[in-house]
Design a protein around this ligand. Structure first.
Ligand code: SAM
Length: 276
């Protein structure tokens, strides 16, 4: 009889959040696949669990997948954990679940905290409808495409960000989305847990003085639903583009960003600003 795969959520900062069911899953499995075996070993030592560990991370997940599935098909039960939070959420795991589903392997879950949802609940922004955007790409092209795609998104948006990229990301968000409410949530469940409820423009000013530190989740207000096809006049959209040009953007990129934000045509905005 085949075994199963169990996804187990681990704490995002506070070991007290590791549930009794999660401890049992680790105690009862045959082996553990971990994003970083050194990080997971600390967790296992804390709970006095002694189980075989193998690594399963971004750069070996393809080759490991077959080995893990073969062992499960032969009857073993595998627990998958990441360094913190839920596996498969901006962490390895998604492909392994797909592979198990394809092979008819049973997949179970012991849910734990995930930074995205934990931060959303604290944000003070609408939680009824939201989107999870993960990390913005470091590749300029895909980053730009992602930002343009979400410029007219009306649902609350959740982003992960590393401290050294926070300033850059806040500026990109401001340039694409305009000034919006944002909750900057850091160090969840740790000693320095903090929620900064502000606007994108104020956040940019704040981090000119403060060095970003720790782990961050950004929760951003969605766009106001347009009452008509576009709530912007051509003059207003041109003004957005001109402000971006003053900040150093090319006329073409500025017209494109203003078009995304206003819902008007790039061509119209571009000819308006270049004919003036
Ligand atoms: N799988 C994890 C989850 O379920 O939340 C996310 C892993 S992702 C590689 C790591 C990112 O999650 C960090 O860069 C940060 O944006 C966010 N994060 C994780 N722990 C956090 C915490 N304690 N406080 C704030 N953000 C956190």
């Amino acid at each position: 009889m085949s075994g199963k795969l169990i996804l187990v959520g681990t704490p995002i900062g506070n070991l007290g959040d590791f549930s009794p069911r999660a401890v049992s899953a680790l105690q009862e499995c045959d082996f553990i696949a971990a994003e970083d075996t050194r990080v997971t070993l600390k967790l296992l030592n804390h709970f006095e669990i002694n189980k075989p560990l193998i690594s399963y991370y971004e750069h070996n997940k393809r080759e490991r997948e077959k080995n893990i599935c073969d062992r499960i098909l032969a009857g073993e039960t595998c627990v998958l954990v990441s360094d913190a939070g839920m596996p498969a959420i901006s962490d390895p795991g998604e492909e392994l679940v797909v592979a198990c589903a394809r092979l008819g392997i049973e997949v179970g879950v012991v849910p734990g905290p995930t930074a995205a949802i934990t931060a959303l609940t604290l944000s003070g922004l609408p939680t009824g409808r939201f989107t999870f955007e993960g990390f913005l790409s470091v590749s300029k092209k895909s980053r730009k495409a992602h930002l343009e795609e979400i410029a007219r998104e009306t649902r609350t948006m959740i982003f992960y960000e590393a401290p050294h990229k926070l300033r850059y990301t806040l500026e990109d968000l401001y340039n694409t989305l305009g000034d919006r409410k944002i909750a900057i949530v850091r160090e969840l469940t740790k000693i320095h847990e903090e929620v900064f409820r502000t606007t994108l423009s104020e956040a940019i000013k704040y981090y000119e003085e403060q060095n970003p530190r720790g782990e961050y989740v950004l929760i951003i207000e969605g766009a106001q639903p347009a009452e008509t096809e576009s709530s912007y006049t051509l003059e207003q959209a041109a003004q957005i583009a001109e402000d971006l040009i003053k900040d150093g953007m090319s006329a073409s990129d500025a017209a494109k960003a203003a078009a995304v934000r206003s819902g008007l045509k790039k061509r119209d905005i571009y000819s308006f600003i270049t004919k003036k």
